[in-house]
Design a protein around this ligand. Structure first.
Ligand code: DGL
Length: 209
């Protein structure tokens, strides 16, 4: 059977902005999008819960005979290393590509990372950024549900607190796919910060594949 789709998945709406740029960058490809809203939010779940859930989803998507599975979710990416043992389908996780891109685009090599508690606990970003001068990991699951429910104004006190936690950084990795929806709010407070989201790195990784 001909493989005709590329699968993209996230716990909710966050990965939709990655999907949007993939559609622009790969106009001749067909995509399917899975938002795992039943299990949302991922960022406060345990490693074991996440691994089990992600295994189920990957097996399901692989059974649909897709060309590749893009894990457009940092928390799922941080808990996806076991998948290559389980399915034959190509899996593209977003942390490695995003960290590499951030390192290249940071001027002072001091990089903040806002991500869910589970992503920060996994230390995947900290490991991927081990060559930079400083990495400031920030547990920011407090932002996720407000964004998912489109209560962006209510994120402002948390945004201020988390900006304070990375004040020496020139770049900030939006290490949760929900966070690019805060770009305008962050830019209003700190226009100089170089905001890095996963869209371009994911397209680069897919092109390489
Ligand atoms: N959007 C997901 C990520 O990139 C996580 C949001 C959640 O907690 O479900 O990590």
């Amino acid at each position: 059977m001909k493989k005709s789709y590329i699968a993209v998945f996230d716990s909710g709406v966050g990965g939709l902005n990655i999907l949007e740029s993939l559609i622009k960058d790969f106009p001749s490809e067909n995509f399917i999008y899975l938002a795992d809203e039943e299990f949302f939010p991922y960022g406060v779940k345990t490693k074991e819960e996440l691994e089990n859930r992600i295994t189920k989803i990957a097996i399901k998507l692989a059974s649909m005979n897709v060309k590749a599975i893009i894990i457009a979710c940092n928390t799922a990416s941080a808990n996806s290393h076991h998948l290559f043992n389980i399915i034959d389908t190509k899996v593209i996780e977003i942390i490695t590509a995003t960290a590499k891109y951030a390192e290249k685009n940071s001027i002072n090599k001091k990089i903040g990372v806002w991500a869910t508690n589970a992503t920060i606990n996994s230390k995947k970003y900290q490991e991927a950024l081990s060559n930079v001068l400083a990495c400031y990991p920030v547990k920011a699951s407090d932002l996720v549900e407000l964004i998912e429910n489109n209560k962006l104004e209510e994120t402002i006190p948390f945004v201020l607190k988390h900006l304070d936690e990375i004040k020496d950084a020139d770049s900030l990795i939006l290490g949760c796919t929900h966070f690019p929806l805060l770009k305008d709010i962050i830019r209003n407070i700190n226009p100089k910060l170089n905001l890095i989201s996963s869209n371009i790195p994911v397209s680069i990784a897919l092109k390489e594949f």
